[in-house]
Ligand binder design. Structure first.
Ligand SMILES: CC(C)(COP(=O)(O)OP(=O)(O)OC[C@H]1O[C@@H](n2cnc3c(N)ncnc32)[C@H](O)[C@@H]1OP(=O)(O)O)[C@@H](O)C(=O)NCCC(=O)NCCS
Length: 122
């Protein structure tokens, strides 16, 4: 049998436009993995990608909560992209056994959005 969890989130991109400010660095290192930072900061405009990942982490947390999985926070949730650009999620915790996570991200000039589905084998 399976349980299904869903989560979504939307964030304003302007919150991430000061990514180059040294005061923003602790936020980046606290909430994003090295690979996420490498991906986002390699872009001409990193802010939409940082915002999309932040929305993605929130969406994953909401989907986990809907399955009663708690205490998983931003740095344990890593959102990367495969060689086609498709985003995927890795969770660095032993609380997330038997789950499969799917995520979709989007961003325009103002907002970034994420939607997540988690399938849990029970
Ligand atoms: C892949 C595609 C759907 C992305 O659409 P988009 O509007 O540019 O994407 P958005 O700006 O809303 O979102 C960007 C996010 O989409 C995700 N993404 C990128 N490529 C993706 C893909 N191949 N599949 C799924 N998600 C993808 C990424 O998460 C990206 O954000 P990130 O780089 O921060 O991780 C689009 O580029 C595409 O190929 N559309 C099909 C075009 C088509 O049918 N052409 C027909 C020609 S005959």
């Amino acid at each position: 049998m399976q349980n299904i969890g869903i989560g979504t989130d939307i964030v304003e991109i302007k919150r991430f436009e000061n990514f180059g400010d040294p005061q923003f660095t602790p936020f980046l290192t606290r909430n994003y993995t090295q690979k996420e930072r490498d991906y986002c900061l390699s872009k001409d405009a990193p802010a939409p990608h940082l915002a999309a990942r932040f929305a993605g982490k929130e969406a994953v947390i909401k989907a986990l909560y809907s399955l009663h999985i708690t205490h998983i926070f931003y740095p344990a949730i890593e959102i990367l992209n495969d060689d086609r650009g498709v985003p995927y999620v890795r969770i660095n915790t032993d609380q997330a056994e038997k789950i499969s996570i799917k995520i979709s991200l989007s961003h325009n000039s103002d907002m970034a959005l994420a939607f997540c589905i988690i399938i849990q084998e029970i």
